[in-house]
Design a binder for this molecule. Structure first.
Ligand code: KG4
Ligand code: ZN
Length: 358
């Protein structure tokens, strides 16, 4: 019988300390032997966002326990794993270094290969944990730090079609929640309170909607939310209306830009039966799922969403990316360094900052 590959994954790129033990099953998807995530929400709540030094300290305090728990729950000993995958970037350097260094130590101690995983590749391949998906597919990656359309051609092979030129989508949700005093974490709270509001109440802008292909922009929308939020003061119903209008505008932007991305994907790949994968923390949003499924149905595409527990940061997706890279012999040396910036498509133009031409 063919040996099933098993990996320990470690994730500390932002505010979740996570470890998981994942094994490839005979159907080419994953058996989740353990998936442990410790969220630092309570630590950062009072600051309304992630404070890097606090995050790093919390990782240091928890990581040992989280890895031990993941190994114990999996009932697998270090001897039985095939390798260690730890997130090496992009993210907060002070946080990444903690998980990566522990990963290096475990790999060296257990004499196993080490893979430094790109966190974005973890999100990109995450739907494969549940179902085998053939390459290529179109990926909309929407998280706290990134918003991108990519063609996923294979493991380690990505072509960027579009990206945000300013804020990431998760960041726009988090800032909106902060401006409206809806608490932290922002995204889930905006979704929750939007249900109580009138989504047509405020007319908000859709920046660069008719230009720059499937590139996106949210800064102007954020400024408009700030302007309106100052007018409504303590009126709760108006707050909910603004949250709902913001979310509705996001859905309108995503609908139009994803439509463009699907056309671009078809043209570049000559494939008509498009598979659209929506991954990353914001992909947990139900209204976004419904909106993109509607578009996808209209365009005769198939949408694939990872389970909500694999949308937000987790180590299962890191171990899974590790397994996929291991099978292609994409191993790393023990001196691999953490990187704060690490695009999946290194050849894509950098789309932020002054002088940007759209
Ligand atoms: O992928 P993720 O866990 O971390 C990063 O890699 O950044 O994404 C976190 C982001 C946060 O901005 C959070 O507010 C957002 O995902 N998020 C949501 C929802 N759940 C999480 N945004 C909108 N609606 C949600 N239900
Ligand atoms: Zn993430």
């Amino acid at each position: 019988m063919k040996k099933k590959i098993t990996f320990l994954g470690i994730e500390t790129s932002c505010d979740e300390t996570a470890a998981a033990v994942i094994r490839e099953n005979e159907r080419g998807a994953a058996e989740i032997l353990s998936n442990v995530v410790s969220s630092q929400i309570s630590e950062h709540k009072k600051f309304g966002g992630v404070v890097p030094e606090l995050a790093a300290r919390a990782h240091l305090e928890n990581i040992d326990y989280i890895i031990k728990t993941a190994l114990a729950e999996s009932k697998i000993s270090l001897d039985e794993i095939d390798g260690v995958a730890a997130t090496a970037g992009p993210g907060l350097i002070v946080c990444l270094t903690i998980g990566l260094n522990i990963g290096k130590s475990i790999a060296a101690f257990a004499n196993k290969p080490l893979i430094g995983v790109n966190h974005l590749e973890g999100h990109a391949l995450s739907p494969g944990l549940e179902t085998k998906i053939e390459f290529p597919y179109l990926l909309l990656l929407i998280s706290g730090g990134h918003t991108q359309f990519l063609i996923v051609k294979d493991v380690n092979q990505y072509e960027q079609l579009g990206t945000t030129i300013d804020d990431a989508l998760g960041e726009a949700f988090d800032k909106t929640a902060k401006m409206l005093g809806l608490g932290y974490p922002g995204g889930p709270n905006v979704e929750k309170f939007s249900k109580l509001g009138d989504k047509k109440f405020f007319k908000l802008p859709e920046p660069i909607i008719n230009k720059s292909g499937c590139n996106l922009s949210f800064a102007g929308l954020k400024t408009a939310v700030l302007r309106e939020s100052k007018k409504i003061k303590g009126d709760n119903q108006m707050k909910y209306n603004l949250a709902a209008s913001f979310q509705n505008t996001i859905n309108s932007i995503l609908y139009k830009k994803t439509k463009i991305a699907i056309e671009m994907f078809k043209k570049k790949t000559q494939i008509e039966n498009v598979k659209l994968v929506v991954a990353g923390g914001v992909a947990a949003n139900k209204t976004i799922r419904e909106n993109l499924t509607k578009l996808s149905d209209e365009m005769k595409c198939r949408t694939i969403y990872p389970d909500v527990k694999f949308c937000s940061d987790n180590a299962a997706m890191i171990a899974w990316a590790g397994i996929k890279r291991y099978k292609k012999r994409l191993l790393d040396k023990i001196n691999i360094e953490a990187k704060s910036r690490w695009p999946l498509d290194e050849s894509a133009p950098y789309m932020k900052g002054p002088g940007l031409k759209l």
